[in-house]
Design a protein around this ligand. Structure first.
Ligand code: DI6
Ligand code: FE
Length: 420
């Protein structure tokens, strides 16, 4: 069915950053057929349905390209300890931190995990998010990692959203492997990856029309490269194994220290390197050479009261594409809301409104290997977009706590309307 969405103002987020005002979009089923100025609508296009948008702004559906939103429990008590002065690394070294969420996640049934994770996804969907990346990493054994990834697929199956999954088995050392980090890495490589990472198309993201439940569990492989987690050499070994299976890779790198993560990730052609507070000029140059997206996570920076800013000037100077995400997780980023993350990227990291909008659309799609399919309003892309009751897209990332999203369109259908 052809639908005309007219009398809108459209931030296409295409390569040229084109804006059409007043503009129109024509969608054919789940895809965009045409976009342009209202006045230029081709006479040959005869829409069967017209939606009048009364001057509201349209952006591509937002993409949260880094979340850990599937987990059980919460860590409010740990947050209280941190606000009273204890450090994240100190709490982790006493068996808290990630491992406390691992215990809760292992203990939860698959249905319980789904039930606890669903409201966090709903919160994102209310803000015009139509694509979400979801990591494992709180299971740390094969069955529990697979359980998390199945929940991610089930969330997609029951909600108007596209989910891209990452296997983050190398997130922390599980108790079963205490002081045997290399053995743990070997187990992931020789046992887990072939079992749940195999049978993947080399091209990256899901194909439109695939049923989420019939897709392989893993779309990409992630790791946590940090002095309190895994070394660059260990992450490099996982990446080599993942690439051999045709899986793209991404990395948590330079969040709390610089142990060479971005350099290794760049050598393996990683889709993204995420966090990057402690990355330097040479890291920015390496990411630029490999076409890796820098994913900045300002809510984690904020919630950890981090002082080291990511090297935004070096990323810009080297032409590294920058994306922004929530990092939704119970430890360092208790946040299931992309709009405040966009606000923090502007206020704390000094990104412009245009950089932030690109960071949650085009560049976020690229971080997921999906930029040929989504992330901009262009003919042939997914008809996923958000409609905003704002005077200008500068208002996205201006409000620190207000949601001006009034309509969400996914695959050409209105999936949400809110009074704003
Ligand atoms: N970096 C983070 O910020 C999260 N994971 C990671 O590798 C923290 C996860 C947690 O504390 O539960
Ligand atoms: Fe993370």
């Amino acid at each position: 069915m052809l639908t005309l969405w007219r009398n809108a103002r459209i931030a296409t987020c295409d390569d040229a950053g084109r804006v059409h005002s007043p503009g129109a979009v024509v969608t054919r089923g789940p895809l965009i057929e045409w976009v342009g100025d209202d006045a230029d609508l081709p006479a040959g296009l005869r829409p069967e349905r017209t939606v009048e948008l009364a001057g509201r702004w349209i952006t591509p559906g937002l993409i949260d390209c880094h979340t850990h939103l599937v987990f059980a429990g919460q860590r409010a008590a740990e947050f209280a300890r941190r606000t009273a002065g204890e450090s994240y690394a100190g709490i982790a070294s006493e068996g808290g931190g990630i491992l406390s969420t691992v215990s809760a996640t292992r203990a939860a049934s698959e249905d319980e995990l789904l039930e606890q994770s669903e409201p966090r996804l709903q919160s994102l969907l209310q803000e015009g998010v139509t694509t979400v990346e979801i990591k494992s990493g709180y299971g740390l054994d094969l069955a529990s990692e697979a359980k998390m990834l199945r929940v991610a697929r089930r969330l997609e199956a029951s909600n108007p959203v596209t989910v891209s999954t990452s296997l983050l088995a190398a997130h922390a050392l599980p108790p079963e492997f205490a002081v045997r980090a290399d053995d743990y890495i070997d187990t992931i490589i020789s046992d887990w990856l072939p079992k749940i990472g195999a049978r993947h198309r080399i091209s990256g993201g899901p194909l439109m029309g695939d049923s989420p439940l019939s897709r392989p569990l893993v779309d990409a492989v992630d790791a946590y490269c940090e002095n309190i987690a895994f070394s660059a050499e260990q992450c490099g070994r996982i990446f080599a194994a993942a690439r051999a299976l045709g899986l793209p890779v991404r990395l948590h790198s330079e969040q709390l220290s610089n142990v060479g993560g971005s350099q290794v990730a760049a050598r393996h052609g990683a889709l993204s390197c995420d966090h990057l507070e402690y990355a330097d000029e040479a890291d920015a140059a390496a990411l630029a050479r490999s076409g890796t997206v820098a994913v900045l996570l300002p809510v984690a920076y904020y919630a950890l009261a981090e002082k080291q800013l990511p090297p935004v000037a070096a990323l810009r100077a080297n032409g590294v594409p920058v994306a922004i995400a929530t990092d939704c997780n119970p430890g360092t980023s208790p946040c299931a809301s992309l709009l405040p993350a966009m606000n923090m990227a502007r206020r704390l990291f000094g990104l412009s409104s245009e950089e932030v909008l690109r960071g949650v659309t085009r560049n976020a799609a690229r971080a997921l290997g999906m930029h040929a399919e989504r992330g901009s309003i262009e003919p042939g892309r997914a008809a996923d977009f958000a409609v905003w009751s704002v005077e200008s897209p500068d208002e996205l990332g201006y409000w620190a706590g207000f949601n001006p999203c009034s309509m969400v369109v996914r695959a050409g259908e209105i999936v949400l309307e809110r009074p704003v």
